[in-house]
Design a binder for this molecule. Sequence first.
Ligand code: DAH
Length: 339
Amino acid sequence: MIERITRLLEEAEHLQATNTEELEALRLKYLSKKGILSQLMADFRQVPAEQKREVGLLANKAKDALTERFNVLKAQLAVAEEDHSGLDLTRTPYPIHLGTRHPLSIVKQEIVNIFQHMGFSLADGPEVEDDWHVFGSMNFADDHPARDMQDTFFIESHPDVLLRTHTSSVQSRVMEQSQPPIRVICPGRVYRNEAISARAHCFFHQVEGLYIDRNVSFTDLKQVLLTFAREMFGADTRIRLRPSYFPFTEPSAEMDISCNICGGEGCAFCKQTGWVEILGCGMVDPNVLEANGIDSSIYSGYAFGMGIERITNLKYQVKDLRMFSENDVRFLEEFMAAN
Ligand code: DAH
């Protein structure tokens, strides 16, 4: 009996079928009710009890081997018999559609790279924040309009919980965890309660910068921003700082760059002025340093914040902010080359 099964096992390995008739013949011979396998199982009853285990195992193996071989042959035949007559093997293949990085990701990375080369490291904080990190620690007076329901998304059941309206909250997160020298760049998403239009959105992206050490001056700020502007928009780019107001900086400024679309000549984009605003900045207000545990009699610092959508618009002239979040493949594919 054992010999019979061993032979069958060997046979199983070498079975061949070149067409369906041959395959059917194999099935009848080995696997059908009257086939060799059934016969084998019938004879199994006569095997002496002490050999049953060994023979049984072997018989099962033979059954598996035959069934598997049959299935392999069947699959091979199915492929071989497919109709390839209409197939043009000389045709070029369909192009493979690779995804692209999102334009905002491309530009964010570019901004981060520039500052990392100047020694800034990355930091981030939560998008769902509390009043202290977004406003309180940033020197916003209790009645500052930015806290207003008009601008800020609050969580109804938890008045202290809100969606951050700017990445300046990360400044506070970093300061409370470390002492100067601090030199960080913080990209992230921010939220404001605005009606969505071509020029405003309820969420957008910012990059915050913060530098705190002994003897940091406005000159340092200006030089870093000039370097950034030239790296980002080209070596001919000029900058101009206009006095401004932010609760967390004193003095504060807004920075314009010479319009990179008309080169400063004046065009529709820069409203004929030759300049476009790209960021807010200033010397960190001593109140902010103190509120976050840093001794303002020893340390000073600068900070700046810019919108990534704004920088992207300038680089790629995207006219409608909504394009950034609509995931229209035709729009996204335009950035293939920038990847
Ligand atoms: N947080 C400001 C905003 O959302 C941007 C900003 C301005 C950030 C001046 C700063 C800064 O760090 O110094 O409009």
